[in-house]
Design a binder for this molecule. Structure first.
Ligand SMILES: [Zn+2]
Length: 273
């Protein structure tokens, strides 16, 4: 009995084994078409693009500009806009630079594409608008010299415009602010700058920072001389320069004058337009 049961069990195992072999064999021997594999998504369809935020797309786009260049471009556009907002009109300089007034004055913006302004009282970048009124003639001259200076000297700092005149001109003495000199506390205001024919331009610095120079050593002599030459060529009546600067020009026009070691002072003749 036991023997028979064992034999039956052995037969059953054998049968199962044979069936397995037969199944494998029949599979191998099958000459029909290969069974179709189930389609796999990645081989037959393109995956849908995952949503990318537009900012990220911009950054990764090969045509996108680096953000620094983009920021510089925006800044330039802003400065151009400031210059385009100048209210141009014909100005009249009355009296003399030391006792005069200004009508129809033009106000320069606090900065432009090729210039920034310097507050000589607070001794910091960007002068107050109340100190930036002048004749249309001098305003145009400053913009032109700044533009041509920049074109001739790529990489030079923008020119630093100090005080021009007050709105309507008139006295610009120490009651309107005591002028700093080389950053130190000064004691004086302007004697002139009363009728829109005077402009202070701080010398460019060797380190190219947009600041007034703090000492003679900080002045970029080459760039400073270029500015003197341009104002002379543009027809300035006088260009006052600091005795310590070594800046030169035609005698009678370029005049070494005390208290001008950090800036030059351009004066236009009253009659010329
Ligand atoms: Zn001056």
């Amino acid at each position: 009995m036991t023997l028979l049961r064992g034999a039956l069990a052995a037969l059953a195992i054998l049968a199962t084994g044979l069936a397995g072999i037969m199944f494998v064999t029949s599979g191998r021997a099958d000459s029909g078409p290969e069974p179709q594999l189930p389609a796999i998504a990645y081989t037959t369809t393109t995956p849908a693009p995952s949503p990318v935020p537009s900012a990220a797309r911009k950054r990764s786009s090969p045509t996108a500009k680096p953000s620094a260049a983009l920021a510089a471009e925006r800044r330039r556009a802003k400065l151009r806009r400031l210059e385009s907002m100048i209210r141009w009109r014909t100005s009249t300089a009355h009296g003399t630079p030391n006792a005069g007034s200004l009508s129809g004055g033009v106000r320069l913006p606090r900065e432009g594409v090729h210039f920034f302004t310097w507050d000589p009282v607070l001794w910091k970048r960007l002068n107050r608008s109340a100190r930036l009124h002048t004749t249309d003639r001098l305003a145009r001259l400053i913009l032109r010299v700044a533009r041509e200076h920049a074109r001739e000297h790529p990489g030079a700092p923008r020119i630093a415009v100090g005080d021009l005149s007050r709105k309507g001109g008139g006295s610009f003495d120490a009651s309107h602010g005591v002028l700093g000199e080389f950053g130190g506390p000064g004691t004086l205001g302007h004697v002139s700058h009363q009728n829109g024919l005077d402009a202070d331009i701080y010398y460019p610095r060797r380190d190219r920072l947009e600041r007034a120079p703090g000492s003679l050593r900080q002045i970029d002599r080459k760039l400073a001389q270029d500015l003197v030459d341009r104002f002379v060529a543009a027809g300035a009546q006088f260009v006052f320069v600091g005795p310590g600067t070594g800046l030169t020009g035609p005698a009678g026009i370029v005049q070494p004058t005390p208290r001008h070691d950090d800036h030059l002072h351009v004066r236009l003749a009253p009659s010329a337009r």
